[in-house]
Write a protein that binds this ligand. Structure first.
Ligand code: ACO
Length: 321
């Protein structure tokens, strides 16, 4: 028995922020952003839109495309580091928005690895028989924790959501998945305060995402290379068996460095950060849905999903579509 994706969906807010727009806000240039990150534009949520709104829109598209009755869904897991509120969790909020109830719905915070973590968990629910139809979402409003005066970070982060519906299947679907984390690196990428560390009522306007980008870059490349190699070895596969590689969309130079080390040719690597920016947990499901819509990824293809994010957290999913 396997967990198989039966449909995907994604949603991007309509407000587009280009590199040229950013040139007017901070001391940067389109040329610097494109050459150092690969990003050209990104979507930013309207002030009234929350992470659950974005996740709900992506989920609705996946449900419509799947042809299922929404009441078949018996599990919702959302990867996000920008929940609407500390509680209730984003999974429960989206469950209510879809018009469902009475089954597990929760979110997990593993930063950019949120979707891969959620897929791994949903797979376990399905393989144990506890879920017959799981809705897995990655959704973020990173614009809310971005310092729009800090050129080191504001050119990178963006908003969006992606979703996938998983069902049990005798045909291969998820054939491998592994997660990891190392909290020793927590000072390289973090938000300084939250509900527990500094009570909300005391929070001031200094609570934005902080990043030592250069150091993150180095650990990301090393970790992504080694976990991909380990994963392929564990399933007796080589990079030649992979039809498509969807890494977390943080920086084109990280993606190129990792693909090169893995001997995965450029034509097999999905790049969506050009138009999406870094949408953290939403980046992989957004790229997956976009590639399916564009007719790149087809039924029967083997896809390697790979994440790396704050924590640090990381994860791999190898899946047959
Ligand atoms: N415009 C112009 N100059 C800039 C900008 C900008 N937007 N940002 C930084 N610079 C300058 C710096 O000030 C520095 O100038 P200096 O040499 O005079 O000090 C110079 O550019 C080089 O800075 P670096 O930080 O060394 O640049 P780097 O090549 O490392 O690129 C970047 C920075 C894009 C942030 C890169 O390090 C990166 O992508 N890091 C990894 C990000 C990542 O993977 N995050 C993990 C996932 S995100 C999550 O979990 C939420």
């Amino acid at each position: 028995m396997f967990s198989k994706i039966i449909a995907t969906g994604s949603y991007l807010p309509s407000n587009i922020l280009t590199n040229q727009d950013l040139e007017k806000k901070v001391d940067t240039t389109d040329e610097w952003i494109r050459s150092r990150t690969g990003i050209e534009r990104r979507s930013i949520a309207d002030p009234q839109q929350t992470t659950s709104d974005l996740g709900y829109e992506a989920a609705k598209k996946a449900i419509d495309r799947s042809g299922i009755d929404k009441h078949e869904i018996d599990l919702i897991i959302v990867g996000t580091c920008t929940p609407d509120v500390p509680t209730p969790n984003v999974g429960a909020i989206i469950q209510e928005k879809i018009g469902l109830k009475d089954f597990p719905a929760f979110s997990i915070e593993a930063a950019c690895s949120g979707f891969v973590y959620a897929m791994n968990l949903a797979n376990k629910f399905i393989l144990s028989g506890d879920s017959k139809c799981a809705l897995v979402i990655g959704a973020e409003t990173l614009s809310r924790i971005t310092d729009w005066e800090d050129r080191n970070t504001c050119v990178l982060f963006a908003d969006g959501a992606g979703a996938a519906i998983l069902k049990p299947s005798e045909d291969p679907g998820i054939i491998y998945s592994k997660l990891g984390a190392n909290g020793a690196y927590s000072d390289l990428l973090y938000v300084p305060y939250g509900t527990s560390k500094r009570p909300l009522k005391e929070q001031r306007n200094d609570n934005f995402l902080q990043m030592k980008g250069n150091e993150v870059f180095k650990v990301a490349v090393k970790t992504l290379e080694s976990i991909a190699k380990d994963s392929l070895k564990e399933v007796n596969m080589t990079s030649e068996d992979i039809d498509w590689f969807i890494p977390h969309q943080a920086n084109i130079r990280i993606i190129q460095a990792v693909s090169k080390r893995l001997n995965i040719p450029e034509k097999k690597v999905i790049i969506s950060l050009t138009d999406h920016g870094n949408t953290s947990a939403a980046s992989i499901p957004l790229a997956l849905d976009q590639s399916i819509r564009e007719g790149k990824i087809k039924t029967g293809d083997t896809v390697l999903l790979q994440s790396f994010g704050a924590g640090f957290t990381w994860g791999t999913v190898i899946i047959k579509i």
